[in-house]
Design a protein around this ligand. Structure first.
Ligand SMILES: [Zn+2]
Ligand SMILES: [Zn+2]
Length: 421
């Protein structure tokens, strides 16, 4: 279902306009965490001449510059061009276009060069700076990311996969986690379980768009659909335009009446039953990842994963240490001396175990390959260790006592026997 929706939803950006009055600061996704903040001057380090960067002559007109930028930006966009240095070049191309497409900036650049734009011209009043638009924002506004319509030959790029900061971009769903308690043997041999998971899933009322049925989104009046607002910034070198995200529509360029069922999120909380196949050998603390069964994404984004945290109930007789099973068996001192056969509980059910004559208290007997199948390699099995305890009776009957005393007499004559170590 999600796969079918994806293409459709991407073309219809949607944000709830009235939800937030604070516009998120848009940061360059490749420079996340860098010092770039709104209102802070960015020093541009473009060594190459802006005309050279775009490959146009100094006499080039606006149309030529625009065409050149279009061509170069597509060629060097980091999602297309994986060559080292392509991203830097992409950014510089953006800067170049920003300057050369703006009459005021172009005039300063032509006269003073890049230094003029940095406001570091001698005697021109230091400290003034130009904030360059994030080259990715520029690229998007240029190519109209709303419907990817301007992307032409670059179709199928999935919104550039740049994640969280985009406006109309798909947003991946959050992962979800759930606890699952298994019986001891279910964990050993694996099992199938049904899980009821409460999670966010696509709203059917609005077809995951978040837009109220019967209404259509309209162009944001604050930004005329561009998703950006342009502010004039005065500097000693003149007034420059600064572009920032539109706070009214959160950059989506559209406002709409939110769907009453999902409040515009495009997702609703719903319980879904999931059939889970637990593999043999899972242990307490194991985490199973069920791909795509987490929360649905927004605007056609990939769903998150579901993580199942395994806990295991104790077994009355068996203990587990990785793939090894441990259990205890208690035999009488007579059986320890003479040897015997006992029934031992194993993960495979009861198994007869031969206790050899003369078995010492605390002896461990090994039953090979009666342990736990190895997780991911179930043909490999651990062993079952049987710890033998010898029971010494605290009280004996008169008859038993008589027999043990006879045994003692016998021992003192032969000087060998089970009570002489
Ligand atoms: Zn809805
Ligand atoms: Zn707007």
């Amino acid at each position: 279902m999600l796969a079918n929706l994806r293409g459709r939803v991407e073309g219809r950006p949607s944000f709830v306009c009235n939800r937030s009055s604070v516009a998120p600061v848009r940061r360059c996704p490749t420079h996340r965490g860098s010092a770039r903040r709104r209102g802070q001057a960015v020093v541009v380090r473009a060594e190459a001449d802006y005309y050279e960067l775009l490959g146009v002559p100094r006499s080039a007109d606006k149309k030529t510059i625009k065409q050149a930028y279009r061509q170069k930006a597509r060629k060097y966009h980091p999602d297309v061009n994986k060559e080292p240095g392509a991203e830097d070049l992409f950014k510089k191309i953006g800067e170049a276009y920003e300057v050369l497409s703006d009459d005021t900036k172009k005039a300063i650049y032509d006269k003073y060069g890049e230094a003029g734009l940095k406001g570091s011209m001698g005697g021109m009043g230091g400290g003034a700076g130009v904030e360059f638009t994030n080259p990715f924002d520029l690229f998007e506004s240029f190519f109209g990311m709303g419907g990817m319509s301007g992307m032409g030959g670059m179709g199928g790029m999935g919104g550039f996969g740049r994640g969280a900061s985009g406006r109309s971009r798909a947003q991946p769903g959050e992962d979800d986690r759930v606890d699952l308690q298994l019986d001891f043997l279910e964990a050993v041999f694996g099992c199938s379980r049904e899980l009821d998971v409460d999670r966010l899933t696509g709203c059917e009322e609005c077809d995951t768009t978040g837009v109220r049925k019967g209404t259509t989104p309209s162009t944001c009046p604050a930004c005329q659909g561009s998703g950006q607002v342009v502010q004039a910034v005065r500097t000693p070198l003149g007034t420059f335009q600064q572009v920032s995200l539109c706070s009214r529509c959160e950059g989506s360029g559209q406002i709409f009446t939110p769907c009453p069922k999902c409040q515009g999120d495009g997702r609703v909380r719903e319980t879904k039953r999931i059939s889970l196949k637990v593999p043999p050998g899972v242990d307490a603390g194991s985490r199973l990842r069920v791909r795509g069964e987490g929360n649905s994404g927004r605007r056609g984004g990939e769903p998150g994963d579901l993580y199942v945290n395994i806990t295991i109930k104790d077994h009355p007789e068996l203990r587990r240490d990785g793939i090894t099973i441990h259990s205890d068996v208690e035999i009488s001192y007579v059986d320890a001396i003479l040897g015997t056969q006992v029934k031992v509980t194993t993960v495979d059910g009861p198994v007869e175990l031969k206790i050899p004559a003369g078995t010492q208290p605390g002896t461990t007997l090994l039953m090979a390959r009666r342990g736990v199948p190895k997780l991911g390699a179930p043909s490999v099995r651990g062993d079952h260790m049987v710890h033998v305890r010898v029971r010494i009776p605290k009280t004996v009957t008169a008859e038993e006592r008589k027999l043990v005393e006879e045994l003692k007499d016998l021992q003192s004559k032969t000087k060998v026997g089970p009570f002489r170590f």
